[in-house]
Design a protein around this ligand. Sequence first.
Ligand code: NAD
Ligand code: LMR
Length: 337
Amino acid sequence: MAEPIRIVVTGAAGQIAYSLLYMIARGEVFGIDQPLILHLLDIPPMAGVLEGVVMELNDCALPLLREVIPTTDPNMGFKDVSAAFLVGAMPRKEGMERKDLLSANVKIFKVQGQALDKVAKKDVKVLVVGNPANTNAFVCANYAPSIPRENFSAMTRLDQNRATAQIALKLGVSVSNVSNIIIWGNHSSTQYPDADHGKFFIEETQKSVSRAINDESYLRGAFVETVQKRGASVIAARKMSSAMSAAKAACDHMHDWWNGTAPGQFVSMGVFSDGSYNSPKNVIFSFPVEINNKKWKIVEGLTLNDFAKSKLKLTGEELQEERNEALSVLDASASNL
Ligand code: NAD
Ligand code: LMR
């Protein structure tokens, strides 16, 4: 068997982590032959809860789980980790936009970027789940200059899964038959869920999603809105933000980064923009990517119509505004020291 690898989950005493830790420890992300040492990072008031999570993980009697290390010290939490799930942050409540969390949460990602820079493996793969996820990932990467920027990503896989599920429902097929649904831009209500390049299989024949649905008003209207507002709908119903589906999406994102995507298929990830598709550079923007040998590459050459272009512009502008606000929050907190 392989040597164990170290994986950290932050916010390990919270809702998402409660589902996520079990999925990781079962081998659903790094494989059923890969032993794991799990680092559980949270803040000091949650130390007692963390102990309970450790007890439960041990009680699951999972063969791949070699050790569980609970900690409230980022330098211990990130020490020698190969992958980091950055979940720990305040969730939004009913009536808030995700960017309303910015001033509370970006400071967390500065500290964690600095700790990753100091003690994590240099090839660590970082997935930011805590909101506002794209801007937090941008901040984290900027405070970890010794780790390549392409190792930082933000989660839009939940949006992709939501969009894929809506399309599968509309077509009356299983989600496993639908692929290449794209999320562009920010993990916010300006994101653009795009089914124009989507494919599905029926009786072993590949077909185009948009041609089969053949209803522009649905694909530009109810479909886009349902996905954009799904996080808020879950909060309105549960009085808490999505957790089980967020944990599943985090596993899917890291699984594909670690293991690669199938030929001809792509997935959406928030990554540093190189200006592809006229997006603003130097923000974390969600693009369709293909992954090989643990390296993602933006899928180039897709045709965008004017509707899509206007949506990408809007979400790109929001990301630039968030980035500038985050930098001013961090500047202000630095000058208050
Ligand atoms: P939660 O409140 O249940 O848990 C958050 C945990 O993070 C708590 O245990 C808290 O103590 C911990 N925490 C706070 N500051 C920390 C720090 N500095 N270091 C380590 N841990 C810290 O929240 P949750 O439901 O698990 O959600 C976590 C975050 O994920 C929220 O910001 C939420 O909005 C976001 N989220 C993102 C997506 C996405 O698709 N990107 C989906 C769902 C939720
Ligand atoms: C989601 O999409 O469910 C999460 O980002 C939580 C939220 O605030 O919407």
